[in-house]
Design a protein around this ligand. Structure first.
Ligand SMILES: *Cc1c(COP(=O)(O)O)cnc(C)c1O
Length: 220
């Protein structure tokens, strides 16, 4: 599918992240040449190897589960980490960002799907963190918003409900907690992949992460 068909599929403004995991630098370069500058990867080593070779103005998004021992490697070059899913990971990102004196932009990943395998905070866990003012001592992280993945199902009603709930929660956190803290600027809601991005955009997403529709099926 052409990038422009995806971009023009909805009237809202949103960021398209082209998910290039498992794809070669040549394939990525072709998509870059069409004007695409945001790319997403789910493995640190793969992201770093591609980043070294590809144009320097690419904005690299980390969208997969991030191990704490890989944080240091990725921080100098990552544009946005979508997959921050634990307190320990937040603390590591804070510590390592401080060391290099760089503010890191993140999204907090919320578990909205039925499947047990998907990472992320529950609504209640995250609400408690905000209530306890956990983020008051975080100075080297910009919390830009939330990311979530819907259940892998053909049930469009279920997918829509999961996105709707995430959007409601996003608005709740934004109105209740974001005025009092400079490091929390809730303006980004990352939801929607190849199979469900039109629903996600209708439900208020402003970052979609599209792999298959842009690059074709992955072999793995
Ligand atoms: C692989 C992946 C995507 C892209 O999936 P497609 O169905 O190929 O569009 C989006 N988000 C995350 C977190 C992924 O791991």
């Amino acid at each position: 599918m052409e990038i422009n068909d995806i971009i023009n599929s909805n009237n809202n403004s949103f960021t398209l992240v082209a998910v290039s995991k498992t794809k070669t630098v040549d394939e990525i370069q072709k998509v870059y040449n069409q004007g695409q500058t945001n790319f997403g990867e789910n493995r640190v080593n793969e992201l770093m190897n591609k980043q070294k070779i590809l144009p320097k103005n690419i904005k690299w998004h980390m969208i997969g589960h991030l191990q704490r021992n890989k944080v240091k490697t990725i921080l100098p070059i990552v544009h946005l980490i979508h997959s921050v899913d634990s307190i320990r990971l937040i603390n590591t990102i804070e510590k390592e960002s401080k060391k290099i004196n760089k503010k890191t932009s993140i999204l907090l990943q919320i578990h909205i799907a039925e499947e047990k395998t998907k990472y992320g905070f529950s609504f209640n866990e995250l609400r408690s963190l905000f209530k306890e003012n956990f983020f008051k001592n975080i100075n080297f992280i910009d919390i830009k918003g939330l990311m979530g993945m819907a259940t892998y199902t053909n049930d469009k009603v279920q997918i829509r409900n999961e996105f709707k709930n995430l959007k409601l929660f996003f608005e709740e956190i934004k109105t209740r907690f974001c005025n009092s803290n400079d490091n929390i600027n809730f303006n980004s809601l990352s939801m929607g992949m190849s199979g469900d991005y039109t629903i996600a955009l209708e439900e208020g997403s402003n970052i979609i992460r599209i792999g298959t529709l842009i690059f074709g099926e992955r072999d793995l």
